[in-house]
Design a protein around this ligand. Structure first.
Ligand SMILES: C[S@@+](CC[C@H](N)C(=O)[O-])C[C@H]1O[C@@H](n2cnc3c(N)ncnc32)[C@H](O)[C@@H]1O
Length: 222
């Protein structure tokens, strides 16, 4: 159990712990700044303990799907949805990326705070918990870039919370290969002492099909 954003949360074993890294709060800040997704629908990929999904529902999102490849995270998100009285609006789904999402469903916002550390393609996970940090061969990132725009409703937004601890060059390569452009929506730099003296840069990236135009201009990869 822990407290964040003034609420108490269950935390199960093997689930990404929001208290040991600033990334959950940064993700919450990112979505709050964009006033996402009041009245709309949200798919949170990689929901972990479910804070963002539950708070989105509490703040007025009419439908939230919270998915994770880690079954403990899915159970954790469902527990927290029940604890905060939004179980009727938050559906927790166990699946790898979009594989378990209802084929007919579309979302106004799709968000993933990713496991941005690049792992070798043959990396063998020692636990489910490790999947919160490492993505072997960036397979999950590739799937997100390729598929997220396809699950959006008209005018919807696919967002990736990435960081300077990830391999941004490889992410851009994947975007090119999958016909996507990455638009930097906002960034924040934080000193995370356990990672040394250099600040860690958190990025909120919008995933766009190559053909999309942003503000009348073609979006450019950064
Ligand atoms: C950095 S954690 C973020 C957890 C939570 N959203 C938060 O901010 O506290 C990344 C999450 O992505 C999940 N994940 C990793 N690979 C995935 C995949 N292929 N499909 C779905 N979820 C995945 C992990 O299990 C983990 O819960």
């Amino acid at each position: 159990m822990f407290t964040m954003r003034g609420f108490e949360w269950d935390l199960l074993e093997e689930v990404f712990a929001p208290v040991y890294s600033p990334s959950t709060e940064v993700g919450l800040d990112f979505l709050e700044q964009r006033r996402v997704p009041f009245g709309g629908s949200l798919l949170e990929v990689g929901c972990g303990a479910g804070l963002l999904a539950v708070l989105a529902a509490k703040y007025g999102c009419r439908r939230v799907v919270a998915s994770d490849v880690n079954p403990h995270a899915v159970r954790n998100a469902a527990l927290n949805a029940a604890r905060h009285g939004v179980a009727d609006r938050v559906e927790a789904v166990h699946c790898d990326m979009f594989s378990g999402i209802d084929h007919d469903e579309r979302f106004d916002t799709i968000f993933w705070s990713s496991n941005y550390v690049y792992g070798p393609c043959d990396y063998e996970y020692r636990s489910l918990h490790e999947r919160a940090y490492v993505d072997a061969g960036y397979r999950a990132h590739r799937a997100f870039l390729e598929q997220a725009p396809l699950w959006l409703s008209e005018g919807g937004t696919a967002l990736l919370h990435f960081s300077s601890r990830g391999d941004h060059g490889e992410l851009e390569n994947l975007a090119r290969r999958t016909g996507r452009l990455l638009r930097t929506v906002t960034t924040v730099e934080l000193l995370e002492s356990e990672y040394g003296a250099d600040p860690v840069r958190h990025l909120l990236l919008e995933v766009l099909p190559v053909s999309d135009r942003v503000g009348g201009e073609m979006a450019t990869a950064r």
